[in-house]
Design a protein around this ligand. Structure first.
Ligand SMILES: C[S@@+](CC[C@H](N)C(=O)[O-])C[C@H]1O[C@@H](n2cnc3c(N)ncnc32)[C@H](O)[C@@H]1O
Length: 225
C-alpha cells in the first residue's frame, strides 16, 4: 500500500498529518513516561524476547525498547514516518518487499529494530511471528471504536499466551470530543480483550492539546493472562 491509498479501517496517512515538513502532533520528542514507569511490568524470563509496537509512527520509544529487548518490531502505514524514524536516529536499513503479502519490511542495520509498512489489519503471525509483549501508545485508542474487537483478536493472535500488553489510554466525555484518541474505559478493554485480565495502573488528569475541557484523564493499563 502506498501513502496515498486508504487503509480499510482507519484514517489515511494524510489525515494522521504525516508530511515531510513537520512532525505530526502526536509525535513526542522524548521517551513516554508511562513506558518508563511501567516497563518492568512487561519483562519475562524468556531469553530471546520480542516486543511489538503497533501503529508505531516514528516513536523514540522503539529506541528505548531496543536497549531492553532482543527484538523490537513496529508496524506503521506511513512511509514518511518509517523513513524519518531511521534517518532521525542515524540508522540505515535493509528494505524488503514481502512476496505475496501487502507489507514492506524495514530492518535497521545498527539496532534490533524492524518496522513493517502496511495496514495493521492485514498483519498475521505468518508475517511477523509472535511476541512476548506489546507497547501500545496511540494504537488501540487510534482505531475506530467498532473495530476494537477485531484489533483485540489480532493482538491476541500474535501475543504469546504468557505475553502482556502495556497501554496508554484516555478517559474523557466522548460527547465533547469524538477522537481519535478515542475515550477508553477498563470495561471497553475487558469487552474487547476477552482472553486477558485488565489492570488499571494509574489515571491522572491531563491537558492534551486536542481537548478543550478539563475533565480528561490519561491512564496506564496492563493486559495480562
Ligand atoms: C496516534 S499515532 C501513534 C504513533 C506512535 N505510536 C506514537 O506514539 O507516536 C497512530 C499512528 O498509526 C498509524 N496508523 C493508523 N491506522 C493504521 C493502520 N490501520 N495500519 C497501520 N498504521 C496505521 C498512523 O499513521 C499514525 O502514525
Amino acid at each position: 500500500m502506498d501513502d496515498k491509498s486508504m487503509p480499510r479501517t482507519e484514517l489515511s496517512p494524510e489525515q494522521w498529518n504525516w508530511t515531510e515538513k513537520e512532525d505530526p502532533p502526536f509525535h513526542a520528542a522524548s521517551y513516554n513516561s508511562i513506558l518508563l514507569k511501567y516497563h518492568n511490568r512487561l519483562t519475562t524470563e524468556q531469553k530471546e524476547r520480542r516486543i511489538f509496537v503497533p501503529l508505531c509512527g516514528k516513536t523514540l520509544d522503539m529506541i528505548y525498547l531496543s536497549e531492553q529487548w532482543h527484538e523490537v518490531v513496529g508496524l506503521e502505514f506511513s512511509e514518511i514516518g518509517i523513513v524519518d524514524f531511521f534517518a532521525e536516529n542515524n540508522l540505515t536499513y535493509d528494505k524488503e518487499d514481502l512476496v505475496g503479502k501487502p507489507f514492506v519490511k524495514y530492518t535497521a542495520k545498527e539496532r534490533n529494530i524492524t518496522i513493517y509498512k502496511g495496514d495493521l489489519f492485514d498483519l498475521s503471525q505468518e508475517v511477523c511471528g509472535d511476541f512476548d509483549a506489546s507497547w501500545d501508545r496511540g494504537s488501540f485508542v487510534a482505531i475506530n471504536v467498532p473495530t476494537r474487537k477485531k484489533y483485540a483478536q489480532l493482538m491476541t493472535s500474535i501475543i504469546r499466551p504468557s505475553g502482556k500488553i502495556l497501554m496508554e489510554v484516555w478517559k474523557y466525555d466522548a460527547s465533547k470530543y469524538a477522537g481519535p484518541p478515542h475515550h477508553t474505559e477498563e470495561k471497553d478493554l475487558v469487552e474487547a480483550f476477552t482472553d486477558f485480565k485488565v489492570e488499571a495502573l494509574e489515571f491522572n488528569p491531563a491537558k492534551p492539546h486536542f481537548y478543550k475541557g478539563d475533565d480528561i484523564l490519561l491512564g496506564a493499563v496492563l493486559l495480562s493472562h
